[in-house]
Design a protein around this ligand. Structure first.
Ligand code: ATP
Length: 290
């Protein structure tokens, strides 16, 4: 369990913003932070890592206190045992894949974890290449493996897949899910991608202007609680057309264009560019803005 109670005064483009977060991450949970740009998501991750100091509050794990303002405790990043993967892979360009991973080993640690991780994220054939000779998706697999070398108590993922195309994202999502389960990690992800959130997370926190405005399971927050998980897609509206008393909503779902019949109340606030979920309820598709 990681208990987070932090306050931080941030300087946003609109003036000051008070980040005020109370959240608990249960051991083994996959939690996502979701919210508009500038809401305070990356600042939260930086405070968990020890790269930014909160003005007040505490961050405690079951074994250790990482930060406690009143008790003047503020452990440096290297004592927090956190794995961090950001959008820009941040690999050492002059080292091979294998060396990038070995460099992350603790002095007392055996190297067997490096072989294990190379195996899990399928980097065997690429292990003697340097990052400049890898695709974005391959580099991100290296970054993910490197973040796991020290078996972190907490894995932080700051939009790690946003620079990749959809196909690559889906593959990487599966690697992330596999390592999360295999190493029983507690994982905190920042993501804007509803499909990704639905696939990966147990719990979702929505942040707006530094405050938590909603928390729950992704299905509850996106209003899909009672829908069938077997028939559930997320997509983007590309058109809404009136046809007699109903509307035809055209959606882009993955690489496909799909047309769905919607009643006037469902179609009322839909516009091209809106992200929507399509699910079925008693075998009838329902469409809802998310
Ligand atoms: N060290 C700092 N001191 C004060 N304010 C900061 C500091 N770092 C960032 N900020 C401000 O805090 C606000 C929140 O930034 P943050 O990067 O946490 O948002 P975000 O939700 O991650 O946004 P995005 O999705 O665009 O990455 C921004 O307005 C930013 O300018």
């Amino acid at each position: 369990m990681i208990d987070i109670r932090i306050r931080k005064n941030l300087q946003s483009a609109q003036g000051r913003m008070d980040l005020h977060l109370d959240m608990s991450l249960a051991a083994g949970q996959f939690v996502t932070l979701f919210g508009a740009s500038g809401a305070g998501k990356t600042s939260t991750l930086r405070m968990l890592c020890g790269l930014m100091t909160p003005d007040a509050g505490h961050i405690t794990t079951t074994q250790k206190t990482w930060f406690d303002h009143r008790r003047h405790i503020n452990l440096p990043p290297q004592q927090r045992n956190i794995g961090y993967v950001s959008q820009d892979y941040a690999l050492f360009p002059n080292m091979t894949v294998r060396k990038n991973l070995e460099f992350a080993l603790d002095k007392k640690q055996s190297g067997t974890i490096v072989d294990e991780l190379i195996d899990i994220v399928e980097l065997g054939e690429l292990q003697y290449r340097k990052p400049g000779m890898l695709s974005g998706g391959q580099q991100q697999r290296v970054a993910l493996a490197r973040a796991l070398v020290r078996k972190p108590d907490l894995l932080l993922l700051d939009e790690p897949l946003s620079a990749l195309d959809r196909e690559m994202r889906e593959k990487l999502q599966q690697y992330i899910l596999d390592v999360h389960r295999k190493y029983q990690l507690t994982t905190l992800l920042i993501s804007h991608d509803v499909g990704e959130i639905m696939k990966l997370s147990d719990r979702l926190y929505e942040i707006q202007d530094g405050r938590i405005v909603r928390e729950g399971t992704p299905a509850d927050i996106f209003g899909l609680g009672k829908s069938s998980a077997r028939f559930r897609f997320t997509g983007e509206v590309t058109g809404v057309q009136k046809a007699d008393i109903v509307y035809i909503v055209t959606l882009r779902i993955g690489h496909d264009q799909v047309k769905i019949i919607a009643d006037p109340s469902e179609a009322a606030d839909l516009q091209p560019g809106d992200k929507v979920a399509v699910a079925s309820k008693a075998f009838n598709p329902v469409i809802r803005k998310i």
